[in-house]
Ligand binder design. Sequence first.
Ligand code: GTP
Length: 313
Amino acid sequence: MGKDERVKVYILTGFLGAGKTTVLNSLLRQFSGHNNIVIENEFGKVNIDAGLITEKIDQLYELTSGCICCSLDNDLLEVLGNILQKEERPDHVFIETTGIADVGNIIGMFHMPDVQRHYELVSTICVVDAENIFERLQQVPEAGKQLSCADVIIINKIKQLAVPQLIYLSQQLEQMNPLAFITTSEDGFVPLKELHFPEKSIGATIAPVAPVKHPHKVNTVLFESPEAFDLNMLVFVLDLHFNAYPDQLYRIKGYVRIKDTPERMLVQSTGKYLHIQPAGEWGSATPSSTLVFIGKELKTPTIQRILTPALRK
Ligand SMILES: Nc1nc2c(ncn2[C@@H]2O[C@H](COP(=O)(O)OP(=O)(O)OP(=O)(O)O)[C@@H](O)[C@H]2O)c(=O)[nH]1
């Protein structure tokens, strides 16, 4: 039989903030020299993740009109079609799903005969936040579905756990998905030679699905302001509310303008930790702040009320 010339596809899944983009950067670094395309899907209207891809890629497609798991007649199929029109076919396509995607629906697309003819789904990789996965499994059903569909599970952020806890977590995940290859990483680094992609993706057993629109219980709130934040006040209000509502607020990310700071600052929060770090010049963009909040039943007026005192007067 001839060599399989189809484009190789890797789906990256995992709950909000688990480390999907971090793992993606690590994979791209290790696949450098190949022709790599990334498809980024963000739950909200604004795609922050696109700016977090630090490695060289051939093209980035951003899908921000909703969660690609929710319908089949959607932008993903269009993008897969567009990729085939390119002069040079890519070697790999990496699809980073939203942190709440029902990945079964996306896997199902790769069993549609027209898609399967050109694309080979190599693996569905689920990234797990070692520290908060148990909480998330209780709070959000999608987190369990992501694990059960995975061919490879990467337990990330392992320094947050003691060894016995890590062994316990690994055993629990193995029970949830005995077919998956389970490995660990810190800062998303897994050497490619240690990644065992199964002969046949578990997704091979998932039939193409009918287009379903299922409302996720998770929602996003976008906060935008041209004004600069006071850094200390911003840290204070975000820390305060993240600690007060860990069951409701799962993720904060975005870029902000900080008083007396010429650079733009990247804000990331995934649970207990808040990181605000320099993220380069504003370039031609007008300095302003864009923060995406992702959680359960979040309300725009509440987020505005929380953040407004931190804006520079
Ligand atoms: N301490 C620690 N932080 C990590 C590790 N891996 C990633 N992070 C941090 O966790 C945050 C989220 O990482 P991302 O890679 O953006 O996670 P994600 O799953 O792509 O996030 P969403 O796309 O929002 O769902 C960032 O602040 C990362 O720097 C790790 O191994 N240890």
